[in-house]
Ligand binder design. Structure first.
Ligand SMILES: C[S@@+](CC[C@H](N)C(=O)[O-])C[C@H]1O[C@@H](n2cnc3c(N)ncnc32)[C@H](O)[C@@H]1O
Length: 258
């Protein structure tokens, strides 16, 4: 895919098409925000790469957002800084320009993840923080029973955790992120105990992995899920999840210090 800043997307998903309505379903979850805040430590200036509509940009920090897709920049609320139109692979900042660098739910879309992470390392003096999914774990989610091609696409796209760690370098920690039952950031696993949410087309559109399968394949997966919810088959297998306060899925927070 050729680099295409300013319009649909610079990544592997077309945010010109799927970006509309993103913010209706993908709002920052305060509990995940706290984990990110702790990882950023005492940083004051932060570059947020693949910033999208501004999720996880703390009002307490001086954030410089970077976002290549116009459809996403357009959804940024007025109280947040406008985003710089650029890509991770070529950040338009001098070395050591920020205390920390952050990226959330974005590395799997970059054309060159190693180059983008090296750029984050270059422009930050302190921690590089990456919220992402561990591709080795994404197929463990029950959605794999219904939509294997969707999670196969997800597992293919997410860079392995050791690749991220090696690309950023330094001292690296990897922490699983607990997903709360009422998580307001609507990635697929956020609906672990609310399967009905995945029947909503808008909820699926806000998770780019659904855009990698043919509409007929997605429709068939949703029809199977709907049938199992109607018959009680989903609840018979997974109903305990409806009462589980937290889920340990594939979500991880990677923190690298020089
Ligand atoms: C799933 S959205 C996440 C947005 C936001 N960080 C969040 O947590 O809601 C992924 C974002 O990465 C952006 N992106 C894709 N390729 C990129 C690249 N090469 N460099 C920087 N951002 C990129 C997309 O345009 C999109 O806004």
């Amino acid at each position: 895919m050729t680099e295409q800043t300013g319009t649909g997307s610079a990544g592997d998903a077309d945010y010109g098409t799927i970006g509309a309505g993103y913010r209706d379903y993908r709002r920052p979850d305060p509990r995940i925000a706290r984990a990110i805040g702790a990882a950023l430590g005492d940083a004051d200036t932060v570059v947020n790469v693949g910033a999208g509509a501004g999720s996880y940009e703390s009002p307490d920090l001086r954030v410089t957002p970077v976002e290549p897709a116009a459809a996403m920049r357009a959804q940024r609320p007025a109280h947040l800084a406008p985003a710089v139109d650029a890509t991770a692979e070529r950040l338009p900042f001098p070395d050591d320009a920020f205390d920390a660098a952050l990226t959330t739910f974005s590395v799997h879309q970059w054309q060159d993840v190693r180059a983008g992470l090296a750029e984050m390392r270059r422009v930050a003096t302190g921690p590089v923080v990456v919220l992402t999914c561990d591709p080795a774990l994404v197929r463990d989610f029950w959605l794999y029973e219904y939509a294997p091609p969707v999670l196969d696409a997800e597992a293919r796209r997410y860079p392995p955790v050791d690749v991220i760690a090696e690309a950023v370098g330094g001292r690296v920690t990897v922490e699983p992120v607990r997903i709360p039952a009422d998580c307001v950031d609507g990635f697929n696993e956020a609906y672990y105990g609310r399967p009905e949410m995945l029947l909503e087309p808008g909820a699926r559109r806000a998770c780019s992995s659904w855009s990698f399968v043919e509409p007929a394949v997605a429709d068939a997966a949703v029809a199977r899920l709907r049938a199992d919810l109607d018959s009680g088959a989903w609840d018979a297998r997974h109903g305990a999840l409806r009462h589980r306060p937290e889920y340990h899925g594939s979500l991880v927070l990677i923190r690298a210090t020089p």
